[in-house]
Write a protein that binds this ligand. Structure first.
Ligand SMILES: Nc1ncnc2c1ncn2[C@@H]1O[C@H](COP(=O)(O)OP(=O)(O)OP(=O)(O)O)[C@@H](O)[C@H]1O
Ligand SMILES: [Mg+2]
Length: 372
């Protein structure tokens, strides 16, 4: 257990529940013949933690740069708290920014780096020092203000960058892969700390990460981008459990995709024909297209020793691989190869010769459109 070092006590709050709304209306960015961001509509509510995910080159950083004001956009408008900021320079947008490549000044101490953000905003000298010290305290670096960045670890440098982004009480934070360079342990610690700080300040955050677990753990809402467009957006569990397309399902982790034909659609539920796997009831979010499939995550498939009436069938175990905390099983069922994932503690004793059935809960199976 590592104790949290970031504290949010006695911070003057500007990020109250009524501030920090970010809105992009039909915003685009074109570089030559590359459409980096394509008529994007995106809203971050005051106090909301929104994470952009998507493959490399899908337009996440470009979106952040346009919100921050480092990059001009080609069309329409960026609004902060309802006011267009398109012509405002970055420092007048009241946004705290931590980008992976937005480094600390190497010749300045940690304290001077944090103070710099206030100097830019013409805060009087005496007040500057005090506020910078408070901000470093808040990220657990109160005693390291004199150190130059090279005398700090990667994680400590990220904390200085965070202090610099928070010191002027911004309405919102923009964090573009702020922890990409950190090792797993430090990363998890920083995740918790940023989340704690965000909640206690009530500040809104627009975040970018390549780490699915990080996105799932930290976000109120995940926005999945592809080729400069939003392909799905929603609370983490919603996007993970109910992807609208096979592309989103596969992007957000392992899944079993079983091609199907739709027999009946009744609002939230559909009946589908899974060929050799028979008829099944599945969740329906209304996706429409040419070809359909059902997505069931490996951890949502279960073994049972008795025959199942629906949403399952007899299966043959092909292989089992122990991955440490979990065991991955491959089975064939109804002419399909499926993957199951169980906790190691639950899955160690099964033998390949055993007669098996696999099944799943209807609410864990999602009807989606095959597009890739
Ligand atoms: N200054 C630039 N000039 C030309 N093309 C650019 C420029 N910056 C970005 N692009 C292009 O715009 C597209 C989106 O880039 P962007 O950096 O926003 O992607 P990203 O989603 O942040 O990717 P990553 O996950 O790799 O950071 C890419 O095709 C990229 O090559
Ligand atoms: Mg990027």
């Amino acid at each position: 257990m590592t104790a949290s070092v970031i504290s949010a006590e006695s911070i003057p709050r500007s990020g109250s529940a009524t501030q920090g709304a970010i809105e992009l209306r039909q915003v685009s960015k074109v570089y030559g013949d590359v459409v980096a961001v394509d008529q994007l509509d995106l809203t971050v509510q005051p106090g909301e933690f929104v994470t952009l995910v998507g493959p490399s080159g899908s337009g996440k950083t470009t979106t952040m740069m346009m919100v921050a004001g480092f990059e001009e956009h080609t069309a329409c408008s960026v609004l902060i708290d309802g006011k267009p900021v398109d012509t405002l320079p970055p420092r007048d947008r009241n946004l705290g920014v931590v980008f992976q490549n937005y480094a600390l000044f190497p010749h300045m101490s940690a304290l001077e780096n944090v103070e710099f953000a206030l100097r830019m905003r013409k805060v009087p000298r005496a007040e500057r020092r005090q506020r910078a010290e408070d901000a470093l305290d808040r990220v657990g670096l109160g005693k390291m203000g004199d150190r130059k960045p090279r005398q700090l670890s990667g994680g400590q440098q990220q904390r200085v960058a965070l202090a610099r982004a928070l010191v002027f009480n911004p309405a919102a934070l923009l964090l573009d892969e702020p922890m990409a360079a950190l090792d797993k342990r430090l990363r998890e610690q920083m995740q918790e700390e940023i989340k704690t700080l965000q909640k206690s300040l009530g500040i809104s955050v627009l975040f970018v990460t390549h780490d699915q677990d990080e996105a799932m753990a930290m976000s109120d809402r995940i926005v999945v981008m592809r080729d400069g467009k939003i392909v799905q957006s929603g609370p983490p569990e919603e996007v993970y459990n109910h992807p609208l397309t096979d592309w989103v399902a596969s992007f957000l982790g392992d899944t079993n995709l079983i091609p199907c034909t739709v027999v009946e659609r009744n609002g939230e539920e559909a009946v589908v024909d899974l060929g050799g796997l028979g008829l099944a009831r599945v969740r329906d979010r209304g996706a429409t297209g040419g070809n359909y499939a059902v997505s069931v995550r490996p951890e949502h498939l279960k073994f049972s020793s008795a025959a199942v009436a629906s949403n399952g069938c007899a299966a043959t175990l092909v292989s089992s691989t122990n991955l440490g905390a979990t065991v991955r099983h491959r089975v064939t069922a109804g002419g399909h190869e499926l993957q199951l994932r169980e906790l190691s503690s639950d899955g160690g004793t099964r033998l390949p010769a055993e007669e098996l059935w696999v099944s799943w809960d209807a609410e864990k199976a999602q009807l989606l459109v095959l597009e890739s």
